[in-house]
Design a binder for this molecule. Structure first.
Ligand code: PMP
Length: 390
């Protein structure tokens, strides 16, 4: 470890030293159960309380929303979607609005709800943009929930979530807007207010926190109106909405990573943008890379670049680069296909053949311009080498 060129930061990041230190310190010292009534329990509860405050600050909430800690983005998405649909008393409406480009942890619970009789309506995302006509047409009064990601994990497209929020406010009195901000958090500036959402999903391991931890932020109005039911039943932790003993070391480490990311957001975005632009410039200049197509969106997050290779399968390239200690991802690896809808790349408009030839490069603020040059060089060499086997 140490010499690798890691460009798969949207899959996960290496935990930061600061977050790791925080984890170890809390695990050693404040190891009580936050639900215990004695002093050790209170100490652990304070750790959680501080972590919640930190997360609230990083998403710009000062109106008393709740941060529920979960096992990650997947659970937060499931809780938002299934919990909203099954809220008691049940809503009359049965329509749920979403986009065609969502992560499987949104698509799959929605597919389960479709089997229960809910109507799931997808806003097309062709070209990395939410179709504004579809937003207007689909925001009907029977919508009870909209689940829309802020940044697409495969293309880096930044979706116009405030436009969805505005349409819901106009036409859908029972609707709550849930935003999966897993890939957007600490990569693009936003607040829960600027998005106009009622629920927001965050994941720790995408921001240099520990894996297996995340959060669902919930607007106080949603809680007051009993607009959400738990999906995990048990001891009633997290305000009864997420039973199970909390994990204070992980929550504190998550908050530590979030606080550092938040305080250096401007510099990090500048760095990510520099890396992205460098790669795009090389792709434009280097004749060896002229066959590579960039899947651009009108507005993009700075850390994800989606590249369609000239008739080379993404998995072949992934393994070829991996053998050289360079790590990227194959664009369609973790997407849901078939019964549960198209992958985000198909929803972007790529043919199946192109989707299978698409790799994702995702930067960390820790990558350097020199590493980008080495990646581009390796890509060019492997394209030439693999072309010979065709
Ligand atoms: N949503 C998006 C957009 C993601 O990229 C991911 C992670 N790949 C998730 C949700 C799931 O998050 P987690 O890995 O924390 O369960």
């Amino acid at each position: 470890m140490g010499n690798e060129l890691y460009f798969d930061n949207s899959a996960t990041t290496r935990i930061s030293e600061e977050a790791l230190k925080t984890y170890l310190s809390v695990a050693r010292e404040q190891y009580g159960n936050p639900s215990s009534l004695h002093g050790m329990g209170k100490d652990a509860e304070t750790v959680l309380k501080n972590a919640r405050q930190t997360i609230l600050k990083t998403i710009g909430d000062n109106s008393g929303g709740a941060v529920l800690f979960t096992s990650g983005g997947t659970e937060a998405n499931n809780l938002a979607i299934l919990g909203r649909a099954h809220a008691k008393p049940r809503f009359k409406g049965k329509t749920i609005l979403t986009t065609a480009g969502e992560h499987a942890s949104v698509k799959m619970p929605l597919a389960a709800l479709a089997d229960e009789g809910y109507k799931i309506v997808e806003i097309p995302t062709v070209g990395g943009k939410l179709d504004p006509d579809a937003i207007a047409a689909y925001a009907t009064p029977d919508v009870i929930l909209a689940s829309v990601m802020l940044v697409n994990n495969e293309t880096g497209a930044l979706y116009d979530v405030p436009a969805v929020a505005a349409a819901l406010r106009r036409n859908c009195p029972d609707a709550v807007l849930h935003v999966d901000a897993t890939q957007a958090y600490l990569k693009v500036p936003f607040s829960v207010k600027s998005l106009g959402c009622g629920m927001l999903t965050l994941s720790s391991h995408k921001i240099e926190g520990p894996k297996g931890t995340g959060a669902l932020w919930i607007d106080p109005g949603v809680i007051k109106n009993r607009g959400l039911s738990p999906i995990l039943l048990g001891g009633g932790q997290e305000g009864g909405l997420r039973s199970g003993t909390e994990d204070p070391p992980s929550c504190a480490a998550f908050a530590k990573a979030a606080a550092i990311g938040y305080s250096s957001l401007t510099e990090r975005i500048a760095r990510l943008t520099e890396l992205r632009e460098r790669l795009l410039a090389i792709l434009g200049d280097d004749p060896r890379l002229s066959g590579v197509r960039v899947n651009l969106s009108p507005v993009c997050a700075p850390h994800i670049v989606s590249l369609t290779l000239p008739r080379i399968k993404s998995e072949t390239m992934l393994h070829a680069l991996s053998a050289r200690g360079i790590y990227v991802s194959s664009g369609s690896a973790c997407s849901s296909h078939g019964k549960h809808g198209t992958s985000a790349l198909s929803a972007y408009g790529l043919s199946d053949g192109d989707a299978d030839a698409t790799i994702r490069v995702s930067f960390s603020h820790r990558n350097t311009p020199e590493q980008v040059d080495r990646l581009a060089d390796a890509l060019a060499e492997e394209i030439a080498r693999l072309a010979r086997f065709k």
